[in-house]
Design a protein around this ligand. Structure first.
Ligand SMILES: NC(=O)c1ccc[n+]([C@@H]2O[C@H](COP(=O)([O-])OP(=O)(O)OC[C@H]3O[C@@H](n4cnc5c(N)ncnc54)[C@H](OP(=O)(O)O)[C@@H]3O)[C@@H](O)[C@H]2O)c1
Length: 234
């Protein structure tokens, strides 16, 4: 989804800097984005969500490459099934650290960078998995629930200071993360989600369900009594 969003931004002429952990992937994506944009080189900066000690350095380098930042988008994250996480406590610890603790620490650094300039937009991908405790995504959902609450608090504290927080809650989207999983009804494509997210960034919409039917689906799921949630498999 991050690549699809970056392409849309490049197409309309936004100046971009890519952050990621794999140097070869970054170079490939930067070359791809130069084609979608006006041909200018797209800078990239190494940043690994498992190395929080470099978050500020990476953001400073991105800011320097672009002459300042007005928007930071965080799409990085990892997924594993509930069965895999229950069978492997180390994997569970890593997922909780990457998807919650270190994502929050990255957002703290990004928030400080944006507020030190003139404010701006922090757009972060959480998940509908954080809306309700659900059997197939107990641990991943807990990480995303924590992230969603953190982003809500950040919005409450800093909206008056010029920080716009956009929390994206994807439903099921067909990406490398969900490859091999059976797509449910209303599964989305990255390009459609990217269009929705870009609109939300431009308007400063605080919460985006993508694809949109997931707003209604989750409203129903949030309303289900616990006794039903115990019986159903989703
Ligand atoms: N797809 C869905 O159905 C869905 C649903 C709900 C929420 N989400 C959330 O949406 C976001 C985007 O997911 P996606 O579906 O687009 O998945 P994706 O294609 O797998 O993208 C996730 C990205 O995160 C990067 N990443 C993983 N660990 C990292 C680390 N330690 N440091 C830096 N980057 C790291 C990956 O980079 P590498 O290529 O280096 O591994 C990958 O580019 C994620 O936060 C995900 O939890 C997705």
């Amino acid at each position: 989804m991050g690549r699809a969003l970056a392409r849309l931004m490049a197409e309309r002429g936004d100046a971009l800097c890519l952050l990621g952990r794999n140097a070869d992937d970054l170079q490939r994506s930067a070359a791809d984005l130069a084609v979608y944009g006006d041909g200018s080189a797209v800078p990239s900066v190494p940043c690994d969500l498992e190395k929080p000690e470099y978050f500020t350095t990476a953001l400073d380098a991105a800011s320097e490459a672009l002459g300042g930042l007005d928007t930071v988008v965080v799409t990085a994250g990892i997924f594993a099934t509930q069965e895999e996480l229950e069978a492997d406590p180390e994997l569970a610890e890593r997922l909780l650290r990457v998807d919650f603790t270190n994502t929050v620490l990255f957002c703290e650094a990004a928030k400080n960078t944006l507020l030190a300039e003139v404010g701006g937009t922090l757009c972060v991908f959480s998940s509908v998995a954080g809306e309700r405790g659900r059997k197939p995504v107990i641990i991943y959902g807990a990480a995303k629930a924590g992230l969603t609450r953190y982003l809500e608090g950040l919005d409450h504290k800093h909206s008056a200071n010029g920080l716009r927080v956009v929390t994206v809650k994807p439903g099921f989207v067909k990406t490398s993360m969900t490859a091999g999983l059976q797509p449910p009804p209303f599964a989305g494509e990255p390009e459609g989600v990217a269009r929705q997210v870009l609109r939300a960034i431009d308007r400063g919409t605080p919460v985006v369900y993508a694809p949109s039917p997931w707003r209604l689906i989750m409203a129903v799921i949030r309303a289900l009594p616990r006794a039903i949630m115990r019986r159903v498999g989703f």
